[in-house]
Ligand binder design. Structure first.
Ligand code: TEU
Ligand code: CA
Length: 557
């Protein structure tokens, strides 16, 4: 099948969560100068693009996802001059920078909202979504917010409620107002003219809401807003308008965060000829497995995982482009969630997961620390949480809710977003080399074993394995463009697939279990060469025994 080539299809992206990446001035908070100081590390790893989680001015109710000024840098992170320096320093090294675009909502401290709440006839009133309460005392409907509590906040100034799908300090913008779209597009143009290389668009699937806002189907205390706010009536119209007015004018890449998206919808957002976005993040493999809302302590069964990822691989093939990820700043650490973070299996399983993901079709995303095999944090008490979602969830489900502490604790510690937000472990010095001060969030005590200094010095490390995978993607176009086929779909332990392009074929074998397994190498790979393996396996024989979490890739010539 004809597959259009593009730089963003061939790129490997590295996500930086600036608060936890590298602190340059000892205040315990990562910052832009800290990032600059580590660019050579990223260059050595071999990534092409940095996705920078939000660095804009923000009161940090949700760590920068609540923006009070889109054209200014958060004081704690530095200045616009620091940003310009970062962009230039990255470009000098051939690294592109993709900005996080958070425009479903602003901070309640954004100038637009400060105005909007003042009076019903304020010029900015319709920048947000205001409704009368039911009888003055109750919210307009039963919707719950993503971070707990109702999705409506009463505002005494004008006696009305405003909509916030996330925290009450994140009021939703009214995209039906053409002035809002114009402001957002102008702001995007300003960043593009600065020379940035793309946007990751936060919850972009939620920008269009239905006119009618009826109660949603109740789950516990609140109703779901999904049918009225997710993939809403005008979302594609607004994205095409954005594409026409801004995106199409620059050689930039775009990726939309679209929780709950199906493959059919993904083709609408990111189809080859959709004129909207280049790709979307789908969440099927990281969502929908919860016992209490999103909270669970169970791993997804391998057969289910294979089914989901394979469906995305085959249904988008030639039609739209996948983004590939195991984790990000909202998810637990990949090795703890999908692999095995017990000391004897951590490295093997981290490399296995990397193999499994990086050999698929799509653009791979590496979340900071993943390339070191960083693990979930051993939380001891709820006081250690910094994340608004975890703090609120513990209160709602446990303190004020029905679930006993012991039951909920194993779930929230398994899935808390704070697992991903503990600082990057740079070396084995105090505070893991992240800061000389007191870090804003605890550092994982395993930093003495797991850190960048040790791993860059060790050719057998998880870091060097990632470096090799990235290099392979550059060397073999079949990894980027080849057709995917799942083998052994009913096997509970092994994830096996092939990639094929022209005369070339790859066999990818990944063991997801902590015991040995037998495997027969298919005939057509009898004389194949081994591109990469996480062990010293011999793949010249047909019948082999795989070690726990073994992974390898064979290539026919
Ligand atoms: O996350 C959007 C989103 O869908 C969340 O519900 C996400 O799934 C949740 O954090 C997991 O429990 C984006 C950002 O990535 C996140 O950090 C922000 O908090 C959120 O939007 C609001 O801007
Ligand atoms: Ca700092």
């Amino acid at each position: 099948m004809d597959m259009k080539r593009a730089w963003w299809k061939e790129a490997v992206i590295y996500q930086i969560y600036p608060r936890s990446f590298m602190d340059s001035n000892g205040d315990g908070i990562g910052d832009l100068q800290g990032i600059i100081s580590r660019l050579d590390y990223l260059k050595y790893l071999g990534i092409d693009v940095i996705w920078l989680s939000p660095v804009y001015q923000s009161p940090n109710d949700d760590n920068g996802y609540d923006i009070s000024d889109y054209q200014d840098i958060m004081d704690e992170f530095g200045t616009m001059a620091d940003f310009d320096e970062l962009l230039a320093a990255a470009h000098e090294r051939g690294i592109k920078i993709v900005m996080d675009l958070v425009v479903n909502h602003t901070s309640d401290e954004h100038r637009w909202f400060v105005e909007s709440r003042k009076a019903k006839d304020n010029a900015y009133r319709d920048y947000y979504i205001w409704r009368e309460g039911k009888d003055g005392q109750t919210p307009p409907n039963n919707w719950g917010s993503c971070f707990g509590g109702p999705a409506w906040q009463y505002d005494g100034e004008t006696g009305m409620y405003y909509l916030h799908l996330f925290s009450k300090k994140q009021p939703d913008l009214n995209w039906d107002n053409p002035k809002v779209r114009e402001e957002v597009f102008d702001m995007m143009t300003w960043w593009c003219d600065k020379g940035i290389d793309g946007f990751r668009m936060d919850v972009i699937s939620m920008i269009s809401k239905t006119e009618e806002m009826p109660d949603g189907e109740a789950h516990g205390m609140y109703g779901s807003f999904d049918p009225y706010c997710v993939h809403g009536p005008n979302v594609h119209k607004y994205l095409r308008e954005m594409n026409e007015k801004v995106l199409s004018k620059y050689d930039i890449m775009t990726v939309g965060e679209t929780a709950g998206v199906t493959t059919e919808q993904a083709k609408q957002y990111a189809g080859e000829d959709a004129h909207e976005l280049h790709m979307v993040f789908q969440f099927e493999h990281v969502e929908g497995d919860g016992k209490y809302g999103k909270w669970t302590d169970e791993k997804i069964p391998l057969i289910r995982l294979k089914k989901i990822l394979s469906r995305w691989q085959t249904e988008l093939y030639g039609k739209a482009w996948n983004s590939l990820f195991w984790d990000n700043h909202d998810q637990p650490r990949a090795v703890s969630r999908f692999g095995d973070d017990r000391p004897q299996y951590r490295e093997m399983s981290a490399k296995m997961l990397a193999t499994c993901l990086h050999m698929m079709q799509g653009t791979p995303y590496i979340y900071q620390g993943e390339e070191l095999g960083m693990t979930n944090y051993p939380f001891q008490s709820p006081e250690e949480f910094r994340d608004i979602e975890s703090i609120n969830a513990y209160r709602e489900w446990c303190e004020e809710g029905p679930v006993p502490h012991e039951t909920f604790w194993s779930c929230i510690t398994f899935k808390s977003r704070d697992n991903a937000r503990t600082p990057v472990q740079w070396d084995d010095s105090p505070q893991a080399g992240f800061t000389t001060g007191e870090p804003w969030i605890a550092i994982n005590p395993n930093y003495t074993q797991i850190n960048a200094k040790a791993e860059t010095a060790d050719p057998g490390s998880v870091f060097h394995y990632y470096k090799k995978l990235i290099a392979l993607r550059k060397a073999y176009p079949v990894i980027v463009y080849g057709r995917y086929e799942l083998l052994m779909e009913d096997d509970e332990d092994l994830y096996v697939y092939t990639r094929e392009m022209d005369e070339e074929k790859l066999l990818v074998v990944c063991s997801f279990c902590d015991h040995e397994t037998g495997f027969t190498i298919p005939d057509e790979f009898a004389k194949a060469s081994c591109l990469i393996s996480n062990t010293d396996g011999n793949y010249d024989r047909a019948e082999i025994t795989l070690k726990p979490y073994e992974a390898f890739v064979l290539r026919t010539i």
